[in-house]
Write a protein that binds this ligand. Sequence first.
Ligand code: AMP
Length: 285
Amino acid sequence: MVHATSIVELREHQGSNRDAPCVLVPTMGALHDGHASLIRQGALLARERGWGGGCIVSIFVNPTQFNDPADFERYPRTLDADLRLCQQAGANCVWTPHVTHIYPLGRTIEAPLLPRVAQAPGLEDAYRPGHFEGVCQVVARLFDLVKPKAAIFGEKDWQQLQVIRAMIAILMPGLEIVAGPTLREPDGLAMSSRNRFLSAEDRRRARAISLALCESNAAPDIDQAQANMRRVLASEQIELEYAVVRSEGTLEPGAGPWRALIAARVGSVRLIDNSPWRPSIQPRA
Ligand code: AMP
């Protein structure tokens, strides 16, 4: 596995003419088994398609997507362990660009037009204004530099996946966006780089998030599903941002297929999770 720390080293891995097709897995590091599963998926896809550039993992903590500078500063950085995880998961190259490679001094890197789904009411934009502008900016820039044939994103960040899909449909329609399933801890908590910040007691309480998603699926309609989620989260005094059921593609209220989505703060840690939602068929009385 190659570790490229500059654009020149990335190009060397890709071959000077950059025509070796590859799969890109963009990450911010502090990697866990959820990331590893995306990398394995990417490596398999590249092998199946015979793409000589293989699976490239980018690790870059993007400052423009953090609306809270303190959150950016304390974001975990664990490069040595990340490199080992990438190697074990079958990555061909890990690219760790410097911030000036992504945002060269004196040059404006345009943020692409924000798709409508980024501003679906009451979701991420309401609590992290500007977040998706930063995500679209960095992802478009990474794609521009790497020129992948496919890129893998986790369903864990469901709204982000829809935003990227919508952005790419307009900007780079030839690029395939592939979704990877959410990996969970044995008790159901979705793996996240932020879980390490949970105290032992908050880690126990955080389990209520995946339980709330399960409870949403025991409801016959959307109102009841949302009430079930709020009830389970309140039982652990979890500070809720949103717990809603939306159309899975537009993330607006509307027709199925649906997705249940939660964002909540457990202690000082903001966690998000989601699952498919279907109305449960209630037994006749
Ligand atoms: P991040 O490093 O948090 O930006 O995440 C990089 C990629 O990993 C994103 O596409 C995430 O959706 C994905 N990801 C994060 N957590 C998980 C998880 N538990 N299971 C699968 N993919 C994940």
